[in-house]
Ligand binder design. Sequence first.
Ligand code: UDP
Ligand code: MG
Length: 321
Amino acid sequence: MKLLSIVVPCYNEEEVLPLFYDKITEVMNSMTQEYPDLTYEVVFVDDGSKDKTLEGFRKYAAMDDHIRYISFSRNFGKESGMFAGLQASKGDYVVVMDADLQHPPEFLPKMYKYVSSGEYDCATTRRVSRDGESKVRSWFARKFYKIMNKISQTEIVDGAQDFRFMTRQMVDSVLSLTEYNRFSKGIFSWVGFRVKYIEYHNVERAAGTTAWSFWKLFLYSLEGIVAFSTAPLAIASVLGVISCIIAFIMAIVVVIKTLAFGEPVAGFPTTACLILLLGGLQLFTIGILGQYLAKTYMECKKRPIYLVRETEEFVRDKNNN
Ligand code: UDP
Ligand code: MG
C-alpha cells in the first residue's frame, strides 16, 4: 500500500473548509478507486485561527479516519504551518496545498502520475497568468523574481507555488533544512530534485479573504532575499568603494584648484550635500548589515518553528472513551 499525505495549512478558513473537505474527499475517492493500492490522509494545520476552523477539524476528524490535524498555540505563519504538516505527514508521497481551493485538487491525479512513475521527484503548478490580482501587485511580484534570480544562486521560478507533490525522499530533504527563517519557495528549489512544472491559469479564492496584505507580501519578499542571497552585503561594500573613489578624485581636484586659483571661501552647499549623501549611504548600508544580523540573531536562538496545542489524538481519545 502507498500512502498519500495531503498537508493543508489553514488560518481562519472556516468558510472554505467544508468546500475543501467535500472536494478533496471526492477527488481522493475517485483516485483510490483508480489506484487500489493507494490510501490517503489529510493533515490539516490550524495556524492559530481565531474563527471556527479548529471546530471544523475536530468534526471532520471525529467522523472521518482519513483526517488528522495539528493546532498551533498561536499564529506562526504559513511557513511554520507547512513545516509542521510535513513533519507530521507519514505518506510515501506528500502534497502541500492551500485550503482556499486556489490549488485545485483536480490536479492531484496528474501529479501522482508524474511522481509515481519515478520520472519526477516533485510535481508542482506554475501560474502563467495572474488574473484576479491587482496590477501593482503583479508588477512587484514580477520585479521580485527578476531581482531575486539575478542576485541569488538558488533559482526561483516566477509563478511557482506552494502547491507541491513530493516523494518522501524530497520531503525529508526539505525537513533537513531546519532554519528558523523559512522561505519555502527558496527551500523547495534549493533542495533540487527533478521537478515537473504543470502550467495553469490563476483561480480565485473559493470563499473567505486572503491573509496576505500587500505590505506582508513585500516584507516576505525581503525575507526571501535575505534568506537566499548575500548580494545586498556586497552592494554595501561596492557603494562604500564608489564613494571613496569619488572622494579621492574630489580631493585631487580641490588641491589642484587651490594651487592654481587660491581658495575663496565658498562651497558650503556642496559640503552640506556631501555630508547628507555620505550619511545616508552609511545608514543604508548599516541597515543592510542589521537585516542580516537580525536574521542571525533569530537563527542562533534556536527557537522552535511552531508549538502544538492540540492534535487529532484529542478527538480520537474522546471517541474511544
Ligand atoms: N495561511 C496560514 N497562516 C497564515 C496565513 C495563511 O496557514 O498566517 C494559509 C491559508 O489558510 C491558506 C494558505 O496559507 O490555506 C494561503 O493563504 P492565502 O490564500 O491567504 O494566500 P494567497 O493565496 O492570497 O497567497
Ligand atoms: Mg489563496
